[in-house]
Ligand binder design. Structure first.
Ligand code: 2OP
Length: 367
């Protein structure tokens, strides 16, 4: 039976593939050569060569194989959202992590493929025709270091990466996770030459998730009952909005005393530093990767999901020419709408102050 199956499989598979190719949005490297006898079944080749990604599944490249990048890749693979190419400048670790993910597939029941490549030689061809590219590459924050200290070093990294991504995936949507987040998103947009709908930064989802976690702890309720809203830049002056944050639809100011809300707001603002200080080396990665993947999913599934993301503002909220976190509708086209909510004078002042901090960084970079 098995022998018979192996005999007819190459023929059947190539017929199915040619049908798929007719309706696949992007052309991907073909895998016909592998459809030969034993070689066709070698998962090791698949993981090593980065040439097997094919067919109907979406493709996501995750740039940077550190904790944030590899956890992002793992979440995408585990949820079978797309095939993933994980890149790093190191040679070996991205391939090893990708193969490890592939080997967990039979247990987690995912057919998403993971490929890991080193881009030390500048070769990004394995990332070609990605639907979404998540950029996590960059230097991490160390204890006592602000996100802004990372500015120049990470700008060089993001610039080099984006130049390659644009060459190989001219139609992709770029999600920037590298810090300082808003300035790096602006850098990626500028370097890419992409329309503003196809470049965005991650952090509003992360900051809102942190706030929701703290609210759920405080109120002793399920996180599923909590919805939080954090706008502004991903810095210490981010703007958590208690008025728009709810527990089972009830706004926070109707539920908690002001000092409890203030404590939650403060802890949210310092959420990244709290983890950095506890970890001693490196920064958070579970929540950042979960946040990035929520955005990837909204795009790949065209969910039209409203999420706070760093996007280019062109006059919205009175801010012009700057990436700042605001609620947007995320779908297959990327940022499909910027949602403008009413802010009090105080909330607006906080948003303008936060935007001012982003502007300072952007000015230092001269972009
Ligand atoms: C964080 O807030 C590292 O910015 C990241 O955890």
């Amino acid at each position: 039976m098995l022998r018979r199956l192996l005999r007819i499989w190459p023929r059947t598979r190539s017929r199915v593939r040619s049908e798929k190719e007719k309706i696949t949005r992007h052309s991907r490297p073909a895998c016909g050569r592998q459809a030969q006898g034993k070689e066709a079944l070698s998962t090791q080749r698949i993981a090593k060569k980065g040439e097997e990604i094919d067919g109907m599944r979406k493709k996501v490249t995750v740039v940077g194989g550190g904790f944030v990048g590899s956890t992002t890749a793992q979440r995408i693979v585990d949820r079978e959202l797309a095939d993933v190419v994980l890149t790093d400048i190191l040679d070996g670790p991205p391939a090893g992590k990708a193969l490890d993910m592939m080997e967990s597939g039979p247990i987690t029941r995912t057919d998403s493929r993971a490929t890991g490549i080193s881009t030390a030689n500048g070769d990004y061809s394995a990332t070609a025709n990605s639907d979404v590219v998540v950029i996590t590459a960059g230097f991490p924050r160390k204890p006592g270091m602000s996100r802004d200290d990372l500015l120049k070093a990470n700008y060089d990294v993001v610039k080099a990466v984006v130049e390659q991504i644009v060459r190989h995936s001219p139609n992709c949507i770029i999600i920037v996770v590298t810090n300082p987040l808003d300035a790096m998103a602006q850098a990626a947009w500028k370097v890419s030459g992409f329309p503003k709908s196809r470049v965005l930064g991650m952090a509003g989802v992360l900051d809102s998730a942190r706030m929701s976690a703290f609210v759920a702890m405080e109120c002793k309720v399920s996180v599923e009952n909590v919805h939080s809203f954090v706008l502004g830049g991903h810095g210490d002056d981010m703007v958590p909005l208690p008025r728009y944050s709810t527990v089972a639809g009830i706004p926070l100011p109707d539920l908690l005393k002001k000092e409890r809300i203030d404590a939650i707001v403060e802890r949210t603002r310092k959420g990244g530093a709290e983890i950095v200080n506890l970890l001693k080396t490196g920064s958070a990665y579970y929540a950042p990767s979960a946040a990035a993947v929520e955005m990837v999913e909204a795009i790949l599934k065209d969910k039209k999901k409203i999420l706070p993301c760093a996007v280019y503002l062109d006059g919205e909220y009175g801010i012009k020419g700057l990436f700042v976190g605001v609620p947007v509708k995320l779908g297959a086209k990327g940022v499909e709408e910027i949602i403008q909510i009413k802010l009090t004078a105080e909330e607006n002042m906080a948003l303008q102050k936060s935007a001012g901090s982003v502007k300072e960084l952007v000015s230092v970079l001269g972009i």
